[in-house]
Ligand binder design. Structure first.
Ligand code: TTP
Ligand code: MG
Length: 380
């Protein structure tokens, strides 16, 4: 009798991903430089220079946060909230924070199989190999990292551990400061389901409101919602993304990243044309693809560009800079439409290929600061 054949299905190796986020970073750097500040409310400010108090709060230590002082509020409001306290207001010293950040990142990088810095005080570490896929070992490693950052830099951080970046990020945010939250693969559903949908990257105020009209408040509600209906409401890409995110599925690898300067897509039209309807149908799809990348990278843009390769193979481009940074897909599409409308009044030629581009990026948390800054200007 021939030997029995056995098929072994090799499943993709499960990942162990960490997100490390330094606590109240700019303010903690100030405490590191001057430990006497530790006992007081500390508020780090972006002064606009218009008047002594115009501008916005960049961040505050946890003592100041107890009085309601948070990132983005106007400085005069922070002063009002702390008027009876011995509070310290300091200007942002980005150079110093960058230096401290560099030293912490060096420690983090040394503990990662794969490393991805996502902000001045935040990085993802893929530690799957190092921990041989064990969440227990990952917990020990996280404790060791915390100790090392404390010993070498006198700073605390919060760490989230999960099977992917999405879960690790939410886990790090849930317990701060000096937190350590571990979500094993079998705990993902229970962990996510009671949380508000705004915990998910890409769910801002507008999307939250739209979801509310569908009866979706929590990530659990979103997980139960029919995926086809989500696709009808939000489009194929976003609808699918929201569904996957709600059940904790995220395949995006931890990867070293350089600073992106622009994101663009170009595609050949089915026929050479000047017909705006055909062109916009194509560019709307391209905008969807570019927008998806923006959401993944948590970026807002200030400039929109279009490009057209004409039938004579000449390449023409047009661009527009917006007043405020945004990540709004409709603003993107409308600006592209405007640019093409104007462009085709200036040429007789038909287009063969068309493309769209966004650039001049701002990280979303910095965007919030910029907008509040702007409101701050208006008030002062
Ligand atoms: P965060 O990590 O979002 O905030 P944080 O480190 O101050 O506080 P925690 O992580 O404990 O909640 O941002 C990192 C730094 O980015 C922050 O120290 C200052 C800066 N920042 C702004 O300038 N404006 C903002 O609106 C936010 C949220 C952060
Ligand atoms: Mg932080």
């Amino acid at each position: 009798m021939p030997p029995k054949r056995v098929t072994i299905l090799l499943s993709k190796q499960a990942r162990v991903v960490m997100l490390v986020d330094l606590d109240y970073f700019f303010a903690q750097c100030e405490e590191k430089r001057n430990p006497l500040l530790k006992e007081k409310p500390v508020v780090v400010c972006v002064y606009s220079g218009r008047s002594e108090e115009s501008g916005a709060v960049s961040t505050a230590n946890y003592i100041a946060r107890k009085y309601g002082v948070t990132s983005g509020i106007p400085i005069f409001l922070a002063k009002k909230k702390l008027k009876n306290e011995d509070a310290v207001f300091l200007p942002v010293d980005r150079k110093f924070y960058e230096e401290v950040s560099g030293m912490v990142m060096k420690i983090l990088r040394s503990h990662a199989d794969l490393f991805e810095k996502v902000g001045i005080d935040e990085a993802y570490l893929d530690v799957s190999q190092k921990t041989k896929g064990s969440f227990e070992e990952a917990k020990e490693l996280a404790q060791k990292i915390k100790e090392e950052i404390q010993a070498q830099q006198k700073l605390t951080c919060s760490i989230g551990i999960g099977p992917n970046k999405l879960v690790a990020k939410i886990a790090a945010d849930i317990q701060k400061p000096d937190g350590l939250t571990i979500v094993k693969p079998e705990q993902v559903e229970d962990f996510l389901s009671p949380l508000q949908v705004t915990r998910l990257i890409g769910v801002g105020r507008k999307t939250k409101m739209k979801m509310q009209t569908l009866g979706i408040e929590t990530i659990g509600d979103l997980a139960k919602y029919d995926v086809q209906r989500l696709i009808e409401v939000f489009g194929k890409k976003l609808g699918t993304y929201f569904h996957n995110a709600s059940i904790g599925v995220d395949e995006i690898p931890v990867q070293e990243r350089g600073e992106v300067e622009s994101i663009s897509r170009i595609s050949t039209l089915k026929e050479d044309t000047q017909d705006l309807k055909i062109i916009l149908e194509k560019t709307n799809q391209l905008c969807d693809e570019v927008h998806e990348k923006l959401v993944q990278r948590e970026l807002s843009f200030k400039s929109v560009g279009v490009v057209a390769v004409m039938i004579d193979m000449s390449v023409r481009s047009r661009s527009k800079t917006l007043e405020n940074p945004t990540n709004d897909l409709e603003v993107f599409k409308k600006t592209v439409q405007e640019l093409f409308e104007r462009f085709f009044t200036e040429t007789e030629l038909e287009a063969r290929r068309v493309g769209v581009k966004v650039s001049n990026f701002v990280k979303q948390k910095e965007k919030q600061k910029e907008i509040i800054d702007f409101i701050g200007f208006a008030k002062n």
